[in-house]
Design a protein around this ligand. Structure first.
Ligand code: SAM
Length: 280
């Protein structure tokens, strides 16, 4: 059997066409075929860089059948690049099915990293970045949406969401319903001429957006800070919670001793942290 082709997962710009690496351009030029979420959209990018590689479409409605066709091509020796309309494929974009299948077939899958709206927003938004939870687009129906927001806002991590302009105020209202004082940062139109970062509480941001409906247009990343209490403990919320659960059945010192044995922390450190946590 001849040599298999390589499957490149290529990040493309999220607005500013300059945000594409030399390596990405080289790969897009050299592969046998580019699988693009929307070939007309990607054509504009390829034209800007005088790349004339053949394209096929691969989007959420045809991914399964296209995956098989493209995998057959790679098994036969063709190199393939996957791109989405903007940013990093698979990040709230198609590609999981084909990457998963390619790996199962032992095809070499190579990432060509670049723009990603979530990471761009985190890098300049000013909210904690030591732990973050990317949740993409939330459900559109209000019940499941409110439930997801409440669940995410419990986490000891900055939550990163994508949202459409139509639902941005609705999302802020859902955040406000859980915690009106929570720090939020909205990142709009990243890398484009109308790029804006809007920090504030959900209520402040709703007011700003309602005063200027034009501002609501465009693409949004929503960053939600973790709850204060959990961030302030260097031990992390899960460990403190474990001590609290153990303390339901045991005296606090004993509970700290048990959790310390399991987690490898010092029991005195746990004890102090829990006392401080309870005081807040
Ligand atoms: N794969 C992309 C990435 O790597 O970021 C995300 C694709 S997802 C279908 C599109 C969503 O990402 C938009 O609705 C918006 O929430 C966010 N997004 C994409 N580009 C953006 C930009 N330039 N500024 C702000 N948000 C953006």
């Amino acid at each position: 059997m001849g040599q298999q082709g390589i499957f490149y997962i290529v990040a493309t710009p999220i607005g500013n066409l300059d945000d594409i690496s030399q390596r990405a351009l080289k790969i897009l030029q050299e592969v046998d075929v580019i699988a693009a979420e929307d070939t007309r959209h990607t054509r504009k990018l390829l034209d800007a860089y005088q790349i004339s590689t053949k394209m096929v479409s691969l989007h959420e409605h045809n991914e399964t059948e296209r995956a098989q066709m493209l995998i057959d091509k790679m098994l036969a020796g063709d190199n393939v690049a996957l791109v989405s309309d903007a940013g990093t494929p698979l990040i709230s974009d198609p590609g999981y099915v084909i990457v998963n299948q390619a790996r199962q077939q032992s095809i070499q899958v190579v990432p060509i990293p670049g723009a990603c709206a979530a990471i761009a927003a985190l890098s300049a938004g000013g909210l904690p970045t030591d732990r973050f939870l990317f949740a993409g687009f939330l459900p559109q129906k209000s019940g499941p949406r409110q439930q997801s927001v409440a669940e995410l806002m419990k986490q000891a991590a900055t939550t990163v969401l994508y949202e459409s302009p139509r639902r941005i105020i609705d999302l802020l209202e859902a955040i406000q319903a859980v915690d009106a004082q929570r720090s939020v940062c909205l990142a709009k139109e990243l890398t484009k001429s109308f790029e804006r970062f809007l920090p504030g509480t959900p209520g402040e941001l709703i007011e700003v957006l309602q005063q200027d409906p034009d501002l609501q247009r465009g693409e949004w990343v929503v960053l939600i800070a973790p709850p204060e209490k959990q961030r302030e403990s260097s031990l992390g919320a899960e460990i403190l919670e474990a001590v609290e659960i153990a303390a339901d059945a045991l005296p606090l010192k004993k509970a700290c001793e048990v959790v310390a044995k399991i987690t490898g922390h010092k029991k005195n450190q746990l004890y102090q942290a829990v006392l401080e946590y309870r005081e807040k």
